[in-house]
Design a protein. Structure first.
Ligand SMILES: Nc1ncnc2c1ncn2[C@@H]1O[C@H](COP(=O)(O)OP(=O)(O)OP(=O)(O)O)[C@@H](O)[C@H]1O
Ligand SMILES: [Mg+2]
Length: 310
């Protein structure tokens, strides 16, 4: 559905996107993950055709995109990072305005508006001015507007920024529904949990460059360990004993910090049971134990040396 080939975009001295390539198969969700300023929005703008690459190309459904008047843009629904809504108008009036930009007829606009408002769960607020809406409702209307002309590809630039957890879940439900209906999605975020939940294929970008890409499983497989086991002890002395007991066995890497010990086992869930029995064998009691799954955060850390959260 989408083929991005070596796109480059500079703003003066800043190389916002420095040669990124990827493909998105029809009906899948592709995630672009990266910290602030990584070049996500710039890349997205080139995919939806609002920004022309300095070099490289974007192909949508076999058609090389050329500028913002390209008819292939009709196939693309774009949900911008900044809300693009008329606050004084109602949802229906907003949809009518954006629909008319796509030369849709009045009856077609009416039919599609009702359909997309139902999808985003705003049917009962159709005639109310948008300025009365909560942040999450505005975000959902922003998505409805991107859907009104019936796109085959939906491109979302951080659609959950400034949204409470409940509205965030509502947005995920919408996206999952659309995906089930066969929609192709490109999703950008700097929240790794969202990308982990939504996306079939993930590309991590930083400083305008592709760092690593693959399915979530493939990315997690690049980590030394798929999960970590964390034990809390009563005091530091006990933790030191535990560290020694665990280090005597070949479980994987063992770290101690104050009264806590972490085990990064070598890709083997049996290590959870083993580590407990080694501690019992050494007569060391723990106060608390947690198993945490490896995440994209650790993948980012391992491939850039920095934390995504910073
Ligand atoms: N129109 C512009 N003019 C000048 N510089 C720009 C412009 N747009 C983006 N940049 C710069 O390009 C770089 C990438 O910005 P971009 O908005 O693509 O990042 P992002 O990954 O979307 O970040 P965020 O998570 O904050 O949205 C930044 O250094 C930014 O300052
Ligand atoms: Mg952005």
């Amino acid at each position: 559905m989408v083929l991005v080939k070596d796109v480059v975009k500079s703003f003066g001295e800043v190389r916002a996107v420095n040669g990124i390539s990827f493909e998105v198969a029809k009906g899948t969700c592709f995630g672009l993950l990266g910290p602030n300023g990584a070049g996500k929005s710039t890349a997205i703008s080139m995919i939806v055709g609002t920004l022309k690459p300095d070099s490289g190309s974007v192909t949508i459904a076999g058609h090389v995109l050329s500028g913002d008047t390209d008819p292939a843009r009709q196939k693309i629904g774009y949900v911008p990072q900044e809300l693009a809504l008329f606050e004084d108008l109602s949802s229906l009036q907003n949809l009518g305005f954006f629909g008319s930009l796509y030369n849709m007829s009045k009856p077609e606009i009416a039919r599609k508006s009702a359909e997309v408002l139902a999808i985003v769960g705003l049917s009962d607020r159709a005639t109310e001015p948008v300025k009365n809406f909560s942040g999450g409702m505005k975000r959902r209307l922003n998505i409805a507007i991107a859907l009104v002309q019936g796109p085959e590809l939906l491109v979302l630039d951080e659609p959950t920024v400034g949204v409470d957890p409940q509205s965030r879940n509502a947005i995920f439900d919408v996206l999952e529904k659309l995906k089930a209906q066969g929609m192709t999605l490109i999703y950008t975020s700097h929240y790794m949990e969202e990308v982990e939940r939504m996306c079939d294929h993930i590309l991590i970008v930083d400083h305008g460059k592709a760092i690593i890409s693959g399915t979530l499983e493939q990315l997690l497989d690049t980590l030394d360990s798929r999960f970590r086991i964390r034990f809390e002890f009563l005091d530091e002395d006990t933790a030191v004993k535990a560290e020694a007991a665990l280090n005597a066995k070949t479980l994987g890497k063992v770290f101690r910090k104050d009264s806590a010990v972490e085990v990064l086992p070598s890709k083997n869930a049996q290590a959870i049971v083993d580590s407990i029995s080694y501690l019992q064998g050494a007569n060391v009691m723990f106060e608390d134990m947690r198993v945490e799954r490896g995440s994209l955060e650790e993948v980012f850390l391992a491939s850039t040396g920095r934390s995504l959260r910073d």
